[in-house]
Every structure is written in C-alpha cells, then in structure tokens.
Design a protein around this ligand. Structure first.
Ligand SMILES: O=P(O)(O)OC[C@H]1O[C@H](OP(=O)(O)OP(=O)(O)O)[C@H](O)[C@@H]1O
Ligand SMILES: NC(=O)CC[C@H](N)C(=O)O
Ligand SMILES: [Mg+2]
Length: 505
C-alpha cells in the first residue's frame, strides 16, 4: 500500500505534490519520489526515506512545471533496500512516460520474461512496478502506431494492459507532451480518487485525505477497470477499459492502512472502525464478563476508534495507557522483523497508574505477526496489571496477502495454522478475543452510505483465504515475495513467534 498522487494544474505543482505526499506518508515510509513535467521535459527526484528527509529545498527548486506525480513507497515486491526501486519509474519510449503504482502484480515474474522475449524490453530492477510501466509503454506503442496519441488510443492501450496484468494496481502516469493517465485494476482492490481545486486543478490520489488536506474537493472515485485521462488543457476524459469490472476494495485498508479521515469507495474509514468496535463488543461480552474488566486501553494508533466504541457500548472507562512517540514510524510497515520489534518499545511507553492492580482490556485493530501484542501485553504486566485481556477489531490474519500488503508468507503470521488458544498462549494474555470474518464484513459495509458506489465484495484474503482475482500461482508468489531480500534477521528476531521459548524471551 503505497501512496500515489498526480496533479494537472496551471500553477507550479512541486509544493502541492509534497504536501499531498505528506498526507499519504502513513501508506509508505521507505522511499519517496516526485516527477514534474515542464513542456516536454521530466524533472525527477526520488530517494529512500520519509518525505521530509527526501526533499530538501534544493530538490524542490529543481522540480518546475504545472503537471506532476509522486509516490511514497512501502515495498511489497523486489528489494526493499534498493534505491533504484523507489518510484516514479521512467521509460523514454514511446513519448516519455513516468509512472507510480500502488499494489502488487501477481504475474510480474511471467510478465518480465514475456517483456524480454516477446516485447524486447529490458527491465533493470526486481520491481513489479517497472514491469507494469513497460507493459503500458509497449501497449501504448502498439495502439499509437500511426503516431497519434489521443484518448481513444490511450484507452485502447489500457484495455490491453488490463488483459495482461494480474493482481492489484492503482496507477498514475504522465505522458510527456500529452497529460496524466490514471487507472485502477478491474477488481478495484486498491483505492483511487479524483478531486478538483477552486482554480480548476485536478488531483488524483490514493486517499481522499490527500485531496481535502491540500485544498481540493472530492469529485469521484476512479471505478474498477476505468481509465481517466486529463490532458494538458485540463480536460478530463474517462472510459471503462475492463471487460467485467467489479468493486472489491481491500479490507485491510479499513482495518489498518488508510487514515481514519479518508473515505474509500464511499466508505468512511472512521465509521468502519467504530462499527468494528461495535461488533467486537458482542464478542467480548461472550468471552469475558464486562464486570471483570476495569478499564479499556487502546494500542495506539489505529485501534482508537474501535476501542472508544467498544468502551462506550460496554460502559467501561476508556483510558490512554500507552503514549506513542510520534517520531517513530508505523511498525507494521517497516521492512524486517528485528526493526519492527525494537520499534514497538521505542514507540509506545506505559502510563503505569492506568495498569496497576487493574484488569485491563487492550484493544488493537489487528494482530498480524504478533510483534506488537506480545510486547504490549508484557509491558502491561510489568506495569502491574492484574489481568491482561486482548481484543482484536479484525479476525485472525491467517493467509498471505498478495495484493500490496507486506505479509507474503504464511509462516510469519502468528495465527496461521494455530487455534485462538495457541495464539493466546504465545502472546501471553489472559484472554484473546478476535472479531469474526462475517462480523467484520458487515461492520465495514454498514459504514457505506446508500448513495455510495455499489460494492461487489471485499478483498479480505488475509482473513478468509479467498483471492478475488482467482488465479493465484502460489509458487510464483513465493518466488516473488518469500525469497526477496529482507533485513538480516538474528535468531532472536526471527519473524514468527515460537511456542517453546515463550518463557525465556
Ligand atoms: O501483529 P503485528 O505484526 O505487530 O502487526 C499489527 C500491529 O501493527 C500495526 O501498528 P503500527 O504500529 O504499524 O501502526 P499504528 O500506529 O497506525 O497503529 C497495527 O495497528 C497493529 O498494532
Ligand atoms: N505497497 C505497494 O503498493 C508497493 C508497490 C510495488 N509493488 C513496490 O513494491 O514498490
Ligand atoms: Mg498499531
């Protein structure tokens, strides 16, 4: 889940893109990049790091032009440590194209081979996004053989791109001398929205928070399979380019990834999280009698709305027992288990008085590898809690995600192939309460107003093992994700919690 943005304006866009990327920083913290277009020339700056570190004043000055795009990266393919895989990607032919991608191609391996042997195109990194750009470039080249690029030939190229790509993709591309192209995969897994500024500026972004926070008014979502082209005169053209599109947004966006003040495909993320707290309340009541819980404490940051609603419905005081160091990034999206584990304690510190002698119910939005929960439960005990219960607003994460969230191997998931009781023992809490899959889907759907886009379902694959694209080649995924270079892990930091050593660690 990277964050992507594109802008077509009449005024310089460098600051606007920077501001939008800052608003999308929660979606990717490993690398950032911006490209602007002035006349027919692209200007690019990208590097590893957070937005504030990547762009210094001198870099910003070197990004002229009133059209541009940007990305914050959270690697899910290729090599997390390679500077070359920071986005945007560039190809010089046809026309000159730069591209940013949020998502994950599940057939990148096969496509890379096909690009080389059939299309005679070279890719120089292990990134699936570079593959995507080359497929688009090849199809655009084919559809504009007579030399004309217009919305018709552009949409014909996107139709062919959809035929070749598998997996999830929300894309923004700039075509030198022509304009900005945005499209979304036929299953609508990753989000993409369009907004408009008072001066006529168009902005396309992963989340509505980037539109609103930078002074744009939300206009519409890019529909699954649809392509939107904004030419350099500021005219928007749109066409459905997929044969049978359906809308199945990623459930994990609502559970964790997106900012609560965003609305994705008509569903308010905040309302979805409140509703998750409501359904979770019923599950808690059936496991731990509410009169045995003295206080409800959220695990900052993402679980807060669910925890507030849960406390309200159970009539139990809601207290802040952990203070978050806001200068430490989101731990889940860090590359490598060692760094994630260390960051939990750096990031969260206890307020001892909220725990001493009390039975506490801790609430998190999700338990993935169990890194956070295990540390937190231990911290609550060290602070003197009598009983430590833990509730998760999402069901157990049991299956790998192949659509752009970095949980590629089932072995690193604490709940894979384990009963709830086994997970409880590993985490070390006195009771563990999970949301159930149907309850989660109902809760999130309930957050959609009647007049929003009609959903066909969710991509909830990491919870229910159902892959909406229906064509998952597990061997290819393993090759693509499981074997990709990651931070060296010591034995102590090994990514899956081990049952036998629990008391020693
Ligand atoms: O079981 P785990 O593998 O530890 O992953 C789950 C945890 O990671 C996320 O928090 P994170 O610190 O990334 O971000 P947040 O501040 O938005 O909650 C999520 O909210 C859970 O707390
Ligand atoms: N999370 C994402 O959207 C990642 C995009 C792309 N697969 C990459 O690894 O760079
Ligand atoms: Mg968290």
């Amino acid at each position: 889940m990277c964050g992507i943005v594109g802008v077509v304006s009449n005024a310089p866009v460098n600051q606007l893109l920077y501001d939008a990327l800052l608003l999308l920083q929660h979606r990717g913290q490993d690398a950032a990049g911006i490209v602007t277009l002035l006349e027919r020339k692209f200007f690019m700056h990208k590097a590893k790091g957070m937005v504030r570190d990547v762009f210094r004043t001198r870099n910003m000055r070197a990004l002229p032009g009133s059209v541009g795009l940007g990305q914050v990266r959270y690697p899910t393919a290729g090599n997390a440590f390679s500077e070359e895989e920071a986005q945007p990607f560039y190809v010089n032919a046809p026309f000159g194209i730069v591209l940013v991608h949020n998502g994950n191609l599940t057939n990148a391996h096969a496509l890379r081979a096909e690009l080389f042997s059939t299309d005679h195109r070279h890719t120089n990194t292990d990134s699936d996004s570079e593959v995507l750009l080359n497929v688009l470039a090849h199809e655009l080249d084919r559809s504009t053989r007579d030399g004309m690029l217009n919305s018709e030939t552009l949409f014909a190229a996107v139709r062919n791109v959809h035929r070749r790509l598998r997996g999830s993709y929300a894309v923004v591309a700039l075509i030198a001398g022509h304009g900005l192209l945005a499209f979304r995969d036929p299953y609508g897994i990753r989000p993409l929205a369009v907004g408009r500024g008072a001066d006529g500026t168009y902005m396309v972004a992963s989340e509505t928070v980037a539109l609103e926070g930078s002074g744009h008014v939300f206009e519409r979502y890019v529909a699954p399979g649809e392509a939107v082209f904004i030419d350099l005169q500021g005219q928007l053209h749109a066409q459905q380019c997929a044969e049978s599109p359906s809308l199945n947004p990623c459930m994990f966006e609502f559970v964790y990834l997106a900012r609560p003040d965003s609305v994705l495909d008509g569903i308010s993320v905040y309302q979805a999280r409140l509703n998750l707290g409501e359904t979770l309340a019923q599950r808690v009541i059936s496991t731990v009698p509410p009169n045995e819980i003295d206080v409800i404490i959220p695990i900052p940051e993402s679980s807060r709305p669910s925890a507030t609603q849960l406390a309200h419905l159970l009539g139990i005081p809601y207290r802040e027992g952990f203070v978050k160091n806001r200068y430490v990034g989101r731990t889940f999206i860090m590359p490598g288990q060692g760094v994630r584990k260390k960051s939990v304690r750096q990031k969260l510190n206890v307020i001892g008085s909220e725990f001493k002698g009390r039975n506490v119910l801790l609430v998190d939005d999700s338990i993935v590898r169990g890194t956070t929960s295990r540390e937190i439960v231990q911290m609550a005990r060290e602070a003197g809690a009598r009983k430590v219960y833990l509730a998760s607003a999402a069901p157990p994460v049991r299956y790998p995600n192949v659509y752009g969230i970095d949980m590629p191997t089932k072995d690193e998931l604490v709940a894979h192939d384990r009963t709830v009781e086994e997970v409880r023992a590993l985490i070390g809490c006195d009771a563990l309460i999970y949301q159930d899959v149907e309850g989660m889907k109902r809760a999130v759907l309930k957050a959609a107003p009647g007049n929003g886009p009609k959903l066909d379902g969710f991509d909830a694959s990491c919870f229910d093992g159902v892959y909406v694209t229906g064509d998952i080649d597990t061997e290819a995924i393993k090759r693509m994700n499981g074997n990709r270079p990651r931070i060296e892990e010591t034995e102590e930091d090994s990514s899956r919690l081990a049952l036998p050593n629990l008391s020693e660690t």
